[in-house]
Design a protein around this ligand. Structure first.
Ligand code: LLP
Length: 386
């Protein structure tokens, strides 16, 4: 065991693979439960897009969270893992007919509708089944978030949601329809947000929009503020559990709810990010012109976040205690962007050592691809490796 890793158990496993610390995941879920219990009517849905490994989903479902899905495939994965349909929300700008029908057949909690044409289709498909679909409108709040440009979603320039100027029009249209019931408003401003000021800006916007609805005697059943709480990528050992206390308190303090309203959250990264690591094996150590490369068998096909978002996942040599040297840690894929880190200090690396890329539980395994005809990495939980 080095640090949090049962490395003796890793020896027979084919690399690269994802390792999930089930204890940490359960502690994280317990922290969410303890914090939300302080407030009436806070409901958390796990954003399945962050990680849909069936074993991980199973542990999250046991904790009682709902599920936030963005595709028919995710709805199927959530149902298979045992999430009750009554706790499934479904967002996405491009819901196809079969996906909407699936949501209708399961009678999910709510469709988060992102356009007027989508509303019309949901109404038609629900009518064909003699059902009434519960809908919330995803409003684009035009609130920026201090995070990577590829993962902000709540600006007017982004493709997501209905513009604030169109809100009244879509609500009016929904109120005329026979097969939808307008039950809520939905928002999401982005991901990996650590500045609570961004969430406060969202609260202020939601309060403003709610005032407009109250003036029309409309009180929706629920507000859904999406997800976005970030994690500490640089010191995963120091902050393994995100600051849920501060996050939920921020909403409690700044969002004005009516007594009958519930507040929903869709958390992904903050639930699963810290419990996962990509474990990869060193194939070669190569001396370059003025640096040395540690070439590992995992690459951007297994963990794309460094190549796509210039993200850094803390890298550790979990097989060695030897003196530290400096390496560029790179994968085997035929792309120059297949680099996990440059000039990284690691305990001296040799062929066969196991390297851990930390904080990779969210948007890691699920974003893996088969580029270069590679196999997808498998995922193991610590429960299985005892
Ligand atoms: N709700 C909606 C509507 C979303 O679009 C997202 C994430 C979430 C909830 C969950 O957000 P979280 O709590 O995980 O921040 N692949 C990127 C992140 C993309 C996030 C997409 N939407 C990454 O690796 O950083």
């Amino acid at each position: 065991m080095k640090g949090i890793f049962p490395i003796d158990k890793f020896q027979g496993l084919k690399t690269p693979f994802y390792y999930y610390d089930a204890g940490l995941l359960r502690d994280t879920l317990a922290a969410i439960k303890a914090e939300t219990a302080k407030y009436n009517k806070f409901c958390v849905h796990y954003a399945v897009k962050a990680n849909a490994n069936p074993k991980v989903l199973g542990i999250i479902r046991e904790s009682g969270l709902g599920a936030d899905c963005v595709s028919g495939g995710e709805i199927k994965a959530a149902i298979k893992a045992g999430f009750p349909a009554s706790k499934i929300v479904y967002a996405g700008v491009g819901k196809t007919d079969w996906e909407i029908n699936l949501g209708l057949d399961y009678d999910i909690f709510c469709f988060n509708v992102e356009s007027l044409p989508e509303l019309e289709v949901i109404n038609e498909l629900a009518a064909a089944k003699g059902k009434i679909a519960r809908v919330a409108f995803r409003i684009n709040p035009d609130v920026g978030a201090h995070t990577h440009a590829n993962i902000t979603t709540g600006l007017a320039e982004n493709k997501f949601g209905i513009s604030m100027a169109d809100m009244d029009r879509v609500i009016d249209r929904a109120l005329e329809m026979n097969n939808v019931k307008f039950v809520g408003l939905h928002f999401h401003i982005g991901s990996q947000i650590l500045d609570m000021g961004d969430f406060i800006a969202l609260c202020n916007r939601v309060n403003e929009l709610q005032e407009k609805l109250f003036a029309r005697q409309i009180i929706v059943e629920h507000i859904n503020v999406g997800g976005g709480l970030g994690i500490d990528y640089s010191h995963p050992n120091r902050q393994p559990i995100p600051n849920f206390a501060e996050y939920f308190l921020t909403y409690h303090k700044h969002l004005r709810l009516r007594p009958q309203q519930t507040l929903h959250f869709e958390l992904g990264r903050s639930v699963v990010g810290q419990c996962g690591s990509l474990i990869t094996r060193v194939i070669y150590v190569k001396q370059g012109t003025n640096k040395q490369f540690a070439i590992v068998d995992g690459g951007m096909t297994d963990l794309i976040r460094p190549a796509l978002y210039q993200a850094y996942h803390k890298i550790e040599n979990i097989s060695s205690d030897e003196a530290v040297e400096t390496y560029d840690v790179v994968g085997p894929i035929c792309e120059s962007s297949d680099v996990f880190g440059k000039a990284i200090d690691l305990n001296r690396v040799k062929r066969g050592d196991l390297i851990a890329l930390r904080s990779a539980g969210a948007y890691g395994e699920i974003m893996a691809s088969g580029y270069n005809c590679r196999e997808l990495p498998l995922g193991y939980t610590s429960d299985e490796l005892v």
